[in-house]
Design a protein around this ligand. Structure first.
Ligand SMILES: Cc1ncc(COP(=O)(O)O)c(C=O)c1O
Length: 491
């Protein structure tokens, strides 16, 4: 029998008030998006009235379609304003060394990166087997772009100490088939800025485009620099940089669904477009991947930027920098933990010392105390770590973190590491993705408390411990299987 209580298509429509109450009840299971205790996924400025303003602007334009800028010039005006603002923040526009900069608004960082790769690939149609060079620390979206676009990925290792690639390794990885060289400003995992000027110079010398992925930090680094933080050149001031991405739904504090992809000039952007007239309907011209696009995120971002203004962002960067300092001090003050890198942007990333606690247990202990951090698995000589994306909303709560961190470490040490059955761990280390059967996955999921009824276990340490023991290809496959167990329709 069909359960009508949560059906998205009930036999009879449900009154508006009731539906809203239901959505609010569902939201209670989510991590808190406000309150300065969530260190991933959400970027909170904690500015009174900002959410309401963005929501109102979103509602004004939610049904407007970005598919056709001639039908909805309001969106074109707002998009051009967002691109102009992003260009100015990142060293482009009138009076700079990149006066001809152009760009597009996309739905997010991943779309911006896929389009940067597409533009680079399609600018070189004579190359039949195109390749891109990325540091191992580059965002996974480049691997996704390479996969979607059938471009080969040449990954350059990063030094386990500095977490940056060596320029010589990048130069050595460039081949005649290379269409794009990538660097991050900063990397997501550790918040480290790559040697952009040197990498861009190397790429330019080889006649190859250079994309700076500033999706994460592109809106904070310039403000941190104005506040006195010593940062290397990473934007259009570096002549070899041909494109830059920056996500407005991250540190520009706009609601989700907005990133900007900038190119140094219109010629570089041209191969990003897709046009099609060879069918009986309207001639399609798309600068980005989506065709129909809601105006909601664009209007919300426009309202957010205009309301906060340049001085507002400077103040938010100042608060964030102070929160980073307090959190990093908290980590330094606890025995058994160490920073993976000295924070130079808005990430605090730490790991355990030899005698320290099990990090995955620590993450659960922090969650039990209301702090939601992001565990990162060990990879290529880099230890597993805990990632904190720090936003302005953390400034008022940061001072409370140290005591809870110390308590959580003590609790994790008392609890000891996760003890998974040795045969399960051995299996994770030895299994190949091809050998995974549906039965094995179901057995693993049940053993970890995943699956049954679609719920998630309270403690994720067993899952993380198992994934940590598995090589990357098996991690990918296991997560695909686990997530697909969760994605089951409710009828
Ligand atoms: C450096 C960097 N690039 C790209 C992305 C992908 O962005 P999105 O999740 O908006 O697709 C992220 C997301 O965290 C990022 O940190």
């Amino acid at each position: 029998m069909i359960d009508e209580s949560g059906s998205a298509l009930p036999a009879h429509g449900v009154p508006a008030e009731q539906v809203l109450a239901e959505v609010r009840r569902l939201r209670e299971a989510d991590r808190p998006t406000h309150g300065g205790r969530l260190f991933a996924y959400v970027y909170d400025a904690a500015v009174a009235g900002l959410d309401e303003l963005a929501a109102a602007a979103y509602a004004e334009s939610a049904h407007v379609n970005g598919l056709d800028p001639t039908a909805f010039p309001s969106l074109l005006t707002m998009e051009n304003a967002l691109v102009g603002a992003a260009a100015r923040v990142l060293g482009g526009g009138p009076g700079t060394s990149a006066p001809e900069v152009v760009g597009s608004v996309t739905s997010g960082g991943t779309e911006s990166l896929i389009l940067a790769v597409k533009a680079a690939r399609d600018a070189r149609p004579e190359i039949t087997a195109p390749r891109i060079v990325v540091p191992a620390s580059a965002h996974a979206a480049f691997a996704k772009a390479a996969h979607y676009l059938r471009v080969a990925l040449d990954t350059v290792p990063v030094d386990p100490g500095t977490l940056r690639p060596s320029v010589a390794d990048v130069a050595a990885a460039i081949t005649p088939e290379t269409v794009l060289v990538v660097c991050s400003a900063p990397s997501y995992a550790h918040g480290v800025v790559d040697p952009v000027a040197e990498i861009a110079e190397t790429a330019a010398a080889a006649g190859v485009r250079c994309h700076v992925d500033a999706c994460f930090g592109g809106w904070t680094l310039p403000y941190l620099r104005r506040l006195g933080t010593d940062l290397p050149a990473f934007d259009f001031a570096v002549t070899g940089v041909t494109s830059i991405s920056v996500d407005l739904h991250k540190y520009a504090y706009a609601p989700k669904g907005v990133s900007v992809l900038l190119h140094r000039d219109a010629g570089l952007r041209a191969p990003q477009y897709f046009a099609y007239a060879d069918w009986p309907g309207y001639t399609m011209v798309n600068p980005v991947i989506s065709s129909t696009r809601s105006g909601g995120p664009i209007a919300a971002a426009y309202a957010t930027l205009r309301h906060l203004g340049d001085d507002g962002y400077l103040e938010l960067a100042r608060r964030t920098r102070e929160a980073v300092r307090v959190l990093a001090d908290a980590v330094r003050g606890v025995d058994g933990l160490r920073l993976v890198a000295e924070p130079e942007s808005t990430v605090v990333c730490f790991t355990a010392t030899e005698s320290g606690p099990d990090l995955f247990v620590l993450v659960d202990e922090l969650a039990a105390r209301g702090w939601h951090t992001q565990p990162q698995l060990a990879y290529a000589g880099m230890p597993c770590s805990v990632h904190l994306t720090v936003t302005a909303a953390v400034a008022p709560t940061a001072a409370e973190f140290g005591a809870d961190l110390a308590e959580a470490v003590a609790a994790a040490e008392a609890a000891g590491p996760v003890a998974l059955p040795p045969d399960l761990l051995a299996l994770a280390g030895a299994l190949t993705p091809e050998a995974l059967t549906a039965d094995l996955v179901a057995g693993l999921a049940a053993g970890l408390g995943l699956g049954g009824g679609g719920g998630l276990p309270d403690r994720m340490a067993p899952v993380n411990t198992l994934l940590d023991a598995a090589p990357p290809a098996l991690r990918e496959r296991l997560l695909v299987e686990f997530v697909s167990l969760l994605q089951r329709p409710s009828f």
